[in-house]
Design a protein around this ligand. Structure first.
Ligand SMILES: Nc1ncnc2c1ncn2[C@@H]1O[C@H](COP(=O)(O)OP(=O)(O)OP(=O)(O)O)[C@@H](O)[C@H]1O
Length: 230
């Protein structure tokens, strides 16, 4: 369980408040108008942005001051964040050890993760020799090997076409169900939320709101969301 207790996040003149709980294993969309603070919320949770007020808990542990690497979190970035000069195997291995000195069990973990995302046999390729969808799968395998209980996705797969994006979202949901990890996913597309997140955090007008059922929110959007959805 992740808990934000009266947290205030500050980016220059911009402030965002949040007092909310994300249950373990929940799949949650983060939606709201452009500039409302969705990425700010993810940065705070990941530990890239310090809270200027309030506390962040994971289970019973206060992680307000914990560095990103010490948090129970893996992050999937919009651009996949692959290193072009490294092989697929190495790009995934980085998720376990940045110096890539893997012991045999860690080696096996990478091989297994690549198998689970459908990339067995691609270990020695460089990212440039992969399609966009395959590159996303590598990034997803890197998230998997980290074995963290909470995965943060900031507009994942935005560069992919709609059919491929849907396929990747389904794969994310399937892998999360296997591992029991939870997810927070920023998306501009309410269909993404409907597809894999049964709960949603609305970020609007300076507040990251507590979780509500995605279907209810999208059927009955508050004005700020209505304006944004059009
Ligand atoms: N480093 C920064 N310094 C100052 N202000 C910032 C910084 N980063 C973001 N902001 C401001 O904080 C606000 C929230 O930005 P954020 O990126 O979290 O919004 P968002 O909801 O993710 O937007 P989008 O949907 O457009 O990606 C914006 O007004 C932005 O201009």
């Amino acid at each position: 369980m992740l808990r934000l207790e009266n947290v205030l996040m500050r980016q220059g003149d911009f402030t965002l408040g949040g007092d909310l709980t994300v249950p373990a294993g929940a799949r949650v969309a983060v939606i709201g108008p452009s500039g409302a603070g969705k990425s700010t919320l993810l940065s705070l949770i990941a530990g890239f942005l310090p809270a200027s007020q309030g506390r962040v808990f994971w289970e019973d542990k206060d992680i307000t001051m914990a560095s990103p690497g010490k948090r129970p979190i893996a992050m999937l970035f919009q651009d996949n964040n692959l290193f072009p000069h490294l092989t697929v195997f190495q790009n995934v291995g980085l998720g376990i050890r940045p110096n890539l000195k893997l012991d045999p069990s860690q080696h096996a973990l990478v091989v297994d993760a690549l198998k689970r995302v459908g990339l067995a046999g691609f270990e020695d390729r460089k990212p440039a020799a992969l399609s966009g969808g395959q590159q996303s799968r590598v990034a997803l395998a890197r998230v998997l090997v980290q074995r963290r209980p909470l995965v943060l996705l900031d507009e994942p797969f935005a560069a992919l076409g709609p059919a491929l994006k849907a396929e990747m979202l389904d794969l994310v949901a399937e892998l999360l169900a296997e591992t029991g990890a939870g997810m927070l996913m920023v998306s501009h597309d309410p269909e993404d939320a409907r597809r894999i997140a049964d709960q949603t955090i609305l970020v609007a007008e300076g507040v990251a709101h507590p979780l509500v059922a995605t279907a209810d929110l999208l059927e009955n959007p508050p004005q700020a969301l209505k304006d944004y959805l059009g």
